[in-house]
Design a binder for this molecule. Sequence first.
Ligand code: AMP
Length: 285
Amino acid sequence: MFIYHTIAEIREFVRQARDKGSSIGFVPTMGYLHEGHLELMRRAKEQCGCVIVSIFVNPTQFGPGEDLERYPRDLERDARLAEGTGVDAIFNPGVEEIYPPGYCTYVDVERITERLCGFSRPGHFRGVATVVTKLFNIVKPDQAFFGQKDAQQVLVIQRMAADLNLEVGVVTVPTVREQDGLAMSSRNVYLDAAQRQAALVLSRSLKMAADEVRAGERSAAEIRQLVIEMIKAEPLADIDYVEIYSHPELEPAELIEAPALLAMAVKIGQTRLIDNIILRKGDTS
Ligand code: AMP
């Protein structure tokens, strides 16, 4: 497996892979890899001859006061884990490689970025859409792989790819969880033992919501209220948002008749965690 730090190097690598007839699969990440990331890589390897993973903690998607500086980083460990899944190359550029002095162009996806994380983290999706566009232009993948863990991000990328006629297939991979239900996240390392336990309230409340739908509850407002109450009963949890919207349109949903996204952001201490589930009327799983 190769590790490249410059755009010129990764472009040359992609050119050679294409010359050999390989299709290109791409997994953009911010590194500090866990099983969730590795699952995306395995899926990419199943579907594409050559898999490229980017590891770049993208400053433009962090707001003031967020965890950009302390975001965990460990390239050596990441390289070992990625190689184990059959990844062909890692692209790990420095900030100035992606945003050289004088940089001033951004991609803004409207409407679906106005709610959920787009509302609570202003500018976040502008940073995500911009860096993903740049990475797509650098790597020129046939298929790119994203996790359902970041449900709104997937919708933003899909919308952007359609609106800008990008020639890339956007593949969504289900959320990978710890055995006890906690959605895997690089940010889970911030949690101490008590917080780690408290963080289970996110997945527990999602499961409760799915059980309610299975038992016949159809009111989105009622389900949302039950979820909020469960999270509020956890003293270490502080709700940023709990919302239910139609999926994939992200329009207000009153009844769970069509698929609906129940998404939440909850602070456990200083750590902001997100999780989600798609509620479906006929779901029996
Ligand atoms: P990140 O490094 O957090 O920016 O995530 C990189 C990619 O991995 C994104 O497409 C995420 O949605 C995906 N991802 C992160 N955590 C998980 C998870 N627990 N399960 C599946 N995909 C994930």
